[in-house]
Design a protein around this ligand. Sequence first.
Ligand SMILES: *[C@@H]1O[C@H](CO)[C@@H](O)[C@H](O)[C@H]1NC(C)=O
Ligand SMILES: *[C@@H]1O[C@H](CO)[C@@H](O)[C@H](O)[C@H]1NC(C)=O
Ligand SMILES: *[C@@H]1O[C@H](CO)[C@@H](O)[C@H](O)[C@H]1NC(C)=O
Ligand SMILES: *[C@@H]1O[C@H](CO)[C@@H](O)[C@H](O)[C@H]1NC(C)=O
Ligand SMILES: *[C@@H]1O[C@H](CO)[C@@H](O)[C@H](O)[C@H]1NC(C)=O
Ligand SMILES: *[C@@H]1O[C@H](CO)[C@@H](O)[C@H](O)[C@H]1NC(C)=O
Length: 299
Amino acid sequence: MKIVTFQTLAILSWQVCIGYGQVVSPSTNVTNVAIDLLDGSHILHFLDVVDAFGHVSARNPDNASQFIMSFAIAPALATSQSLVTYEIDNATAVQLTFNTSVTGDAVPSGFLERYIHSQIYNAFPNITGVVHAHTINVISFAAAEVGMRAQMGSAGSVGTLANGTPIFDFDSLPTSILPENAPHNLLIGNEVLGDALADTFQNGSEVVLMKGHGMAIRGTSVRNAVFRAFYTMQNAEVQSTATLLGALALGGQAPVGLPPRVAMDATVTFESDSLLSRAWALWTAQVDQLPLYVNDLRS
Ligand SMILES: *[C@@H]1O[C@H](CO)[C@@H](O)[C@H](O)[C@H]1NC(C)=O
Ligand SMILES: *[C@@H]1O[C@H](CO)[C@@H](O)[C@H](O)[C@H]1NC(C)=O
Ligand SMILES: *[C@@H]1O[C@H](CO)[C@@H](O)[C@H](O)[C@H]1NC(C)=O
Ligand SMILES: *[C@@H]1O[C@H](CO)[C@@H](O)[C@H](O)[C@H]1NC(C)=O
Ligand SMILES: *[C@@H]1O[C@H](CO)[C@@H](O)[C@H](O)[C@H]1NC(C)=O
Ligand SMILES: *[C@@H]1O[C@H](CO)[C@@H](O)[C@H](O)[C@H]1NC(C)=O
């Protein structure tokens, strides 16, 4: 039996569409990234990293000046027809990634906070995946003004900075970034706010906590950013529990976390292609069991 893959169909439909001179099907590289983006959206929801809100994006593998992300839709519900190609320059929509005849204003409205993604890609040329999420047990840390430090090998990219992960505090931004008459709604709704968030990243941690709001994660691929987001959530659980246990222990103290050398070496191991692929194989098998999640690029 011959299995016709989506890639084969993409090439066939590309040949058909050239005749019409209208819709250009994405390349194999874009299709592969889009498959990961849809899986990543569904996995983040399945793993409770995101709820109705939150988003994941990828730099366009065919054009480093663009990124791909769904329009404003709950991540669990994203399909290929929700994916939009955006300019990194100004976060405006270029076209639907899988229907290039839908351009500009005809593209459904994007996330108000797409500037989180555009400005992180703009600030860090070799970042190719970004996640933003409102993960509950992560929000507790910025609320208490406690930075997070890596407590286990799989969360090494949380880092070992002395004060922990940097904290972005929307409400204490200068008026040059957040004018008095602008909405104080915590949302990163323009380039200036996006730049301020991107500037908050520090070498040695791939995570910024956003007070009253959530977190931003930068990664070297969609899979890597999703992995980091999940294990940042797990790390929050471990660090909170260890902090409570530390307070209860005789002469107790807060957990110090992993030593820098250990966190660094563990990150190299856990974020290797082989371990990342093992996690991804499990997570895609899990979302495939549930009809809620539809990845129409991988059927
Ligand atoms: C597709 O991606 C691979 C791996 O990153 C790269 O080697 C190749 O040049 C890309 N193909 C195109 C046509 O850009
Ligand atoms: C890459 O993207 C930029 C910004 O959208 C666009 O101006 C440029 O033409 C694109 N390059 C190619 C080769 O498509
Ligand atoms: C957004 O940026 C792109 C790439 O630089 C540019 O071509 C386009 O005109 C800009 N659009 C708006 C609305 O500023
Ligand atoms: C692309 O979008 C146009 C406009 O909404 C629609 O008429 C067309 O059917 C779509 N094409 C595909 C392949 O989905
Ligand atoms: C990212 O870029 C920096 C230089 O800006 C470089 O030192 C680093 O090795 C790059 N990382 C990757 C994964 O390519
Ligand atoms: C962070 O690392 C990058 C690349 O490795 C380097 O260019 C930059 O100067 C570093 N920033 C700080 C504040 O050390």
